[in-house]
Unconditional design. Sequence first.
Length: 414
Amino acid sequence: MNNLSNLDKIKIAVAGTGYVGMSVATLLAQHHKVIAVDIIPEKIEKINNKISPIQDKEIEQYLAEKKLNLTATMDAEKAYSISDFIIIAVPTDYDSEKNFFDTSLVENVISQVQKCNPDAFIIIKSTVPVGFTKYISERTGNLNIMFSPEFLRESRALYDNLYPSRIIIGTDTDNEKMLKAAEIFAGFMCEGALKKDIDVLIMKYTEAEAVKLFANTYLALRVSFFNELDTYAEMKNLDTKSIIDGVCLDSRIGSYYNNPSFGYGGYCLPKDTKQLLANYENIPENLIKAIVESNSTRKDFIASRILKKAMQGQNSTNTAKTIIGVYRLTMKCNSDNFRQSSIQGVMKRLLDRGVKVVIYEPTLEESKSFYKCEIINNLQDFKQISSVIISNRYDDNLSDVKDKVYTRDIFQRD
């Protein structure tokens, strides 16, 4: 195709309907025809019935109330064949054996597009290793590939596209056609946003890939810093909140990403930090490795403190008698996602110590177990059976058993 003269008639396909794919599809469907592609029938049905397949307040609202030119299909070839821009937003999980992102799903989409619509512009939004876009362009001979990192929060993905911190497009800056395509796509993203005067950066694709990994690794560093501050305070019996309040009043530091947790987790931070560390092979560094290791150290510490609380409660060192209740697997309030949530790392450490773990997680109401742990979704039964209840983020539903609760959430803890 490559006909960019009539922007009103441009069609866009989005591969993947997770947080990134759904938020981008919803944003762009305000002004353009968008086709969402997925392999899960239930997701397709929901989208076509204006129901969000993920928990995100703004996506739910826009699907229900806005006039969007958005449809969904499982017929990827048909969607790609009629589209001018194809956005790839499929998962790229970190493969610990290969020490690299698993980019197979991204490569599969590119291969499909190559066969049915080789002239389409491809925008990769999945997080990839530094150098991937250049590599895949050279390997496939497809010069129409760009990379555009996303900077979205879980359950607020559309909001963060409506009010973006910045829009970055990585492309072949020596190619006039690709520069124009990058400018047009950036324009589409700005067009759908509510924020005015958005910072737009168009750069080489390898630098854009680096921006993504370094930005998330910095956020992981910040989380780790305040977690280690909290570790120190807990060991020294100090008031964590007082220290953090005093530190964060310095405007150079600021009051964000400063609430201690069981470690950083979620879609991006664990895998992006590991991928950046892998990209540092043969490059001198100390800090990046420390960020990755700090997260494991924090989970070790949290698990040990939970066991200490449990043993104090029963005046015994027999962990076999201990039942630890996990209140929610999700990363934070108002979320339905618990992929790579930090509390799971703590759970694994407790299970390795022979502790019985039970879970309260309403989003798993159809399941009976998770990690071979029993799911108890009657909240009162869960509270009664648990010797200690652990909660990465405190919930008022636990106020009647507050003496049982272990959390490091300073904003909800007395």
